[in-house]
Design a protein. Structure first.
Ligand code: ZN
Length: 263
């Protein structure tokens, strides 16, 4: 089994295309979130994995991020497209906007966030774990579809499953960070360690509790905004796939381990 492109479906995105097959893939890191859906589109082989499972039975802190990324590594994918619902930390980033993250702040606590636990010692650079090349394609596609897009953004990743306290959220906003989420880390750095290009598509569903003058998040609101915009997310993913050349390569991401291995 081989695939060119990987998609990790976030909340509300549990299925992609009807024609294809669900397959089991084993990993040495344990079970991935679900079976993998393999299908073909425009002659490209695509592997889809619902991040929380098809029944949304895995909360963010229970997802086996190592196994999920390892599945894509085994399939030989060159790039991963990873949509996610996020909260906004700044008033200029509005509900329904798309953000392509280019940096992150890790506030998670108990996640397995590396493939390298010795004896091989690896210190990966996490300065570029979001692929610049793919962010450019994403921006172009959003503009074509008339979707309000921010082609840069710093995401704060919290452990969850609780939302932020008011003080925490105010601190994040004051620090100038842009959006908040519970699943971006360690998915992003594990993809980097696996030398796979990684693109996050963040869909803003609400404002976080510390954003001044704006009503705090309710789960009902999140689901409503997400539902309204899910078709846009699918359209953007499909158009990105169309833009990916068959002989896709990325010098930066595909050689991420060069110079990072000590022994
Ligand atoms: Zn890349």
């Amino acid at each position: 089994m081989k695939a060119d492109i990987g998609i990790i479906g976030g909340s509300g995105l549990y299925k992609f295309f009807d024609k294809g097959k669900w397959v089991n893939i084993k990993t040495k890191y344990g079970k991935p979130s679900d079976q993998i859906f393999l299908f073909e589109y425009l002659g490209k082989k695509i592997a889809f994995l619902p991040r929380h499972g098809r029944k949304h039975n895995l909360p963010p802190h229970k997802i086996n991020y190592q196994a999920n990324i390892d599945v894509f590594k085994q399939l030989g994918v060159k790039l991963i497209i990873s949509p996610a619902a996020v909260g906004s930390l700044q008033t200029n980033i509005k509900r329904g906007d798309f953000v392509f993250c280019n940096d992150f702040i890790d506030r998670t606590k108990k996640r397995k966030d590396t493939f390298f636990n010795g004896p091989k010692t690896v210190h990966i650079s996490s300065t570029d774990c979001y692929c610049d090349q793919l962010r450019k394609i994403g921006k172009k596609v959003c503009e074509k579809n008339k979707i309000k897009v921010h082609d840069k953004g710093i995401v704060v990743v919290i452990e969850g499953p609780r939302f932020s306290s008011k003080a925490e959220s105010k601190w994040f906003t004051k620090s100038g960070w842009h959006i908040i989420n519970m699943t971006q880390y360690p998915e992003n750095v594990l993809a980097r360690e696996a030398e796979i290009c990684y693109l996050n598509i963040s869909l803003v569903t609400d404002y976080d509790v510390g954003v001044q003058g704006i009503k705090p998040v309710s789960l009902e609101e999140v689901i409503k905004v997400f539902g309204k915009n899910i078709e846009n997310v699918k359209k953007v993913i499909i158009d990105i796939i169309k833009e990916i050349p068959k002989d896709y390569s990325c010098n930066k991401c595909h050689n991420a381990l060069k110079g990072a291995i000590i022994s």
